[in-house]
Each structure stands twice: as structure tokens, then as C-alpha cells.
Design a protein around this ligand. Sequence first.
Ligand SMILES: C[S@@+](CC[C@H](N)C(=O)[O-])C[C@H]1O[C@@H](n2cnc3c(N)ncnc32)[C@H](O)[C@@H]1O
Length: 255
Amino acid sequence: MSEYVLDHHLEGEGRRLALMSRLLDPMHRRHLGELGIGPGGKALEVGCGNGSIAAWLAAQVAPGGSVVGVDLDLSLIATRAPDLEFRQGDILAGPVDPGGFDLVTARAVLHHLADPELAIANLVASLARGGAILLIEPDFLPVSVAGPPPIREFWDGWLAWAGDQGIDYHVGRSLAPRLAALGLEQIEGTAETAVYNGGSRWAEYWTETVAELRGPLVGSGHFDDGLIDAFLAHCADPGWWTETISFTAVRARKS
Ligand SMILES: C[S@@+](CC[C@H](N)C(=O)[O-])C[C@H]1O[C@@H](n2cnc3c(N)ncnc32)[C@H](O)[C@@H]1O
């Protein structure tokens, strides 16, 4: 069974997933809407977290359609709907209902996985011929120019810590070539980056995450308490504006 570093039993994970839904669902829904899933469709979301996107998809495919949401851990599912089934499962273990879905999507999942290539192959194998896949993953490219210097230093430490955990925060750029290597067609994508300041929802997300992980971060040797305090102080300062993640959304079709 795969391991997930920010697991659902960390105290703040439910709040963080709710914040992610507020921050990222509008973008995810926009991309899904452009793919044109409608009544009668069959959709799969893998790594569905609290289930907010799976529930939205269920409303789009009604009447007559169905949605499956899969996650390693279903304990934070905050929603139920008709024709929406949640399954506990590991995408590294194999495809879900092979060839069974018109639409397959996953957001912010692949960067945590030991074998993203295998996961993408299993997602593609879950897709029916003519179906569409939408992957949305982070790429931390913007932090390479973040400022002031302590912030840059903080992100260098964060990326080093993440590397130790097997997290690939640059996986976004690999999505299109990986889908192309699997023979998918009509591949296109965009990457978008939130511009945020201290006190905003994104700053709140980072404040909560870093506060909760403070012990392991300092223990890793990539940070000291002063660096973490400097980062948290910026996150509380409305005069500090920054950019962190380029969310890379790539869609493709299976012929
Ligand atoms: C960062 S959260 C993202 C949740 C949601 N997709 C979102 O963007 O708000 C990653 C989710 O993927 C799930 N996950 C991690 N590894 C997985 C795997 N191998 N198979 C299925 N789900 C997995 C985690 O349990 C967690 O719910």
C-alpha cells in the first residue's frame, strides 16, 4: 500500500483539504467544463480527498450518469450524492474498472507517488476509447524567483525536504510528455499560478501546513526555527506578495 506524507490523520488535513477545495475547485471545474462531460457520462476521480470535485461531477452527469471517487483514505469524504460511489483504493495497484470511464481526472496526487508513470498508465487504462483525461499537478517553478532571500531559502529547504520524502514538486512539467508516451492524442495544457499576499487563503494554507510539519522540517536539517519563523511572518504580512505553485493542467484523449 502506498504512503501519503500529509496523511488524513494529521490534525489539520481536513481543514487543508477544505482550503484546497476553495482554492483549486474553480480552476478544476473550469477545465472539466471545457471537456464537456454531461448527462449520462461516466467519470472517475482518483485521489479525491474530501470528494468535492467528485460530487460536482455527479451533478454534471445526472441524470443517467455515474461517478466513482477513489482514494487511499476515505475518512475525510464530506459529501454524498446519488450515483456517486466512493471506493478505497490505491492507483498504483491497477486501473479502476478498465476502459470503463468517459472522463478520468486526478488533482494534486501524482506528485506524492513513488511511481507517477505507473499511476498515469493505470489512469489511462481506466479510460474508455474516445474518453478524456485531465491531470492537474503542481510545478514549483515560481519559487525559483521568490523573494526576499529568506523566502527563497525557505523554499530551497522545502524542496530538499520534499525530495527526501519522495515528493516531486516539479511533476507538472512531465504530464504532457508522459501522456504522449502512452499514445494519447489532442494533448494540450496550461499552467496557472496564484498571486497572493500575507493573510490570504494561500498564506493561510502554507501557515497551517508549515506549522503542523514544523517538527519534521526542523528535524530534517534543511531548516532552522529562525527560517520557519521568517516564512510564517511573511505569510502574516499583507504587504508581502508572492507566487509559489504553477498548477499544470493537461488534458488528452484516448483514441
Ligand atoms: C494533496 S491531496 C489532494 C486531494 C484532492 N485531489 C485535492 O486536490 O484537493 C492527495 C490525495 O491523494 C490521495 N492519494 C495519495 N496516494 C494515493 C494513491 N496511491 N492512490 C489513491 N489516492 C492516493 C491522498 O489520500 C489524498 O487524499
